[in-house]
Design a protein around this ligand. Structure first.
Ligand SMILES: Cc1cc2nc3c(=O)[nH]c(=O)nc-3n(C[C@H](O)[C@H](O)[C@H](O)COP(=O)(O)OP(=O)(O)OC[C@H]3O[C@@H](n4cnc5c(N)ncnc54)[C@H](O)[C@@H]3O)c2cc1C
Length: 520
């Protein structure tokens, strides 16, 4: 079902689609899933890999956003808390209930956050992840053994969700296909097709593997390309003004000894006015993030020195165990699309974290903004809008109770394979069949050789990077280890994809260079 040959053949056989979605991040995948489950013939095209962009580079939180609550954005928080509850139900294998502690260094903060988080609990209603409580200084320092205790007054515990972003994207792509859509990675949209009247009627897209170009028609084309939004808008109208300006957020990944307990830390007000999270993730700690305006975007944004310094300084102000550059196992950057200023007098401001749907004169639809947590709702609104515009026939949204591939409602983290949900058994069978596949990929990490085979045979991985960055997350967890296992992964891929030795060598070289950017 997930074979590339089969999926490409579907593109060859079907030139007419109801909906073509450009972009395979959280937004595009959500839209494709909403569309296909309503019964529309749906094609999703991703130029690189699913979640190659921002969607694999998040803080990994499924959250209402305590920060937006502080800004008084109640509707946004309420909507996200509702979606958080649905995500836990529908992708139970990938999302877990995570406790966070806000350490308080003044009595005023203790009162403020205790009251604020009670409001957060209330807004979650029935879908609450657990009541927030105030805890003493003694309990705070016991639960957070690495927290700075000088002047510490106590802490406030609250609950949010924590997830594996890229794996959820892959599982959503699989769900789309299971529901009857065609979803292809490494397939770039290079041009929009138009009618004589100037209405968008489809796309020209190129298969990055075979180099073949296809002309594909659709009733609706939806641009879900994140920070690449303007490239598509400029395909539509060459002189279209930029609507988006990228802002970069980076994360550092550290050894678990910097945060050994079960709780995450939330620092509500850093010196730049943002929040900073330290979150346990795959037996490591993710620390971030920043907010740095950039003038250009790319698929591989590079962390800036000042961002690295800022995160290290902030972490060191709150931890009693010194973090230095040599402790960083991996570093990654992601880009959020901010609304570009309309003229020089206007300051750049965030696209409201609630999403925005733009309908161009040509009929091209664009969905931008929002967050991972609200991907389902963004998709629902986008397809509803296409229906309201008369582009599609009326059909109700069906994603509220739709289980994502792998969800079985009983995620028990007995070993790290729990993240595969219902696929865990199939991986264990693979190991039973070929016991060498039970070997670890790398001695420092828990991932197994079987997972590489699974990624290439069942999860549409096509390159070493697809495997090591977004199927098993080694590039994000330990970039040096990722470089060390690249030759093995390239060899397995070459066998299964029937590629020559030259391809294998080129893959190792390309991946090693890429991984250098994740090492400081
Ligand atoms: C630093 C940071 C931390 C965040 N943390 C969180 C968090 O903890 N929780 C949360 O809920 N949200 C978080 N977010 C927000 C969330 O990550 C984003 O809202 C979400 O990932 C955006 O997804 P997207 O699909 O719109 O964009 P992207 O993931 O960037 O996807 C766009 C895709 O379009 C593809 N594309 C572009 N051009 C073409 C073309 N011509 N043809 C085909 N494909 C094309 C790209 O390759 C890319 O894969 C965070 C964001 C940032 C920047």
């Amino acid at each position: 079902m997930f074979s590339r040959e089969v999926l490409v053949q579907q593109v060859v056989d079907n030139q007419n689609w109801d909906v073509i979605v450009i972009g395979g991040g959280a937004t595009g995948l959500g839209v494709a899933l909403d569309s296909v489950t309503r019964g529309f013939k749906t094609l999703l095209l991703e130029q690189s890999d699913f979640a190659k962009g921002t969607s694999s580079r998040s803080t990994k939180l499924v959250h209402g956003g305590v920060r937006y609550l502080a800004q008084g954005n109640i509707d946004l928080v309420k909507e996200a808390l509702y979606e958080r509850g649905l995500m836990l139900k529908n992708a139970s294998h990938l999302i877990k209930n995570q406790s966070f502690i806000i350490p308080n260094y003044s009595w005023w903060d203790t009162i403020l956050y205790t009251v604020g988080l009670k409001v957060y609990d209330l807004l979650a209603g029935k879908l609450s992840f657990g009541a927030s409580i105030r805890i003493s200084k003694k309990k705070t320092s016991k639960r957070l053994s690495t927290i700075q205790t000088k002047h510490l007054k106590g802490g406030v515990v609250y609950h949010d969700g924590q997830f594996d972003d890229a794996r959820l994207a892959v599982n959503i792509a699989q769900t789309c296909i299971e529901q009857g859509a065609t979803a292809l990675n490494h397939f770039k949209v290079c041009k929009l097709l138009k009618t004589k009247e100037g209405k968008v009627s489809g796309v020209m897209a190129k298969d990055a593997e075979g180099g073949v170009e296809y002309q594909l028609n659709a009733k609706v084309v939806i641009n879900a390309t994140g920070v690449f939004t303007d490239e598509i808008l400029q395909m539509d109208k060459f002189d279209a003004k930029n609507t988006v300006r990228p802002s970069q957020g980076i994360h550092l990944v550290l050894d678990r000894s910097f945060l050994p307990g079960d709780d995450a830390i939330m620092i509500p007000k850093t010196t730049d006015g943002r929040v900073l999270f330290l979150v346990p993730w795959h037996n490591r700690v993710v620390v971030g993030t920043t907010d740095t305006l950039l003038d250009s975007h790319s698929l591989e944004p590079k962390p800036l020195e000042k961002e690295i310094d800022f995160i290290l300084e902030t972490a060191n102000a709150y931890l009693n165990k010194t973090v230095s550059r040599s402790d960083v196992l991996s570093i990654f950057a992601g880009l959020r699309p901010l609304a570009a200023p309309k003229d020089a007098s206007e300051k750049t401001k965030e696209i409201s974290r609630s999403h925005k749907i733009i309908v161009s004169e040509s009929g091209l639809m664009t969905i931008t903004g929002g967050k991972w947590t609200t991907y389902r709702r963004m998709a629902q609104d986008t397809i509803n809008k296409a229906i309201a515009l008369g582009k599609l026939s009326h059909k109700n949204c069906r994603t509220k109770d739709l289980r994502i591939h792998g969800a079985d409602g009983s995620a028990e983290a007995t070993n790290h394979l729990y993240i595969y949900g219902t696929d865990q058994k199939a991986i264990e069978l693979l190991i039973a069949d070929t016991p060498e596949l039970a070997e670890k990929l790398h001695p420092r990490l828990e991932f197994l050789k079987a997972e590489v085979v699974w990624a290439v045979t069942n999860e549409m991985a096509r390159t070493v990077e697809d495997v090591l960055a977004r199927r098993v997350r080694i590039l994000f967890l330990d970039a040096k280890a990722a470089q060390e296992v690249a030759p093995y992964v390239a060899h397995v891929l070459a066998q299964y994809l029937n590629k020559p030795q030259t391809w294998e060598s080129a893959q190792i070289k390309e991946f090693t260079q890429l991984a250098n950017q994740y090492i400081i």
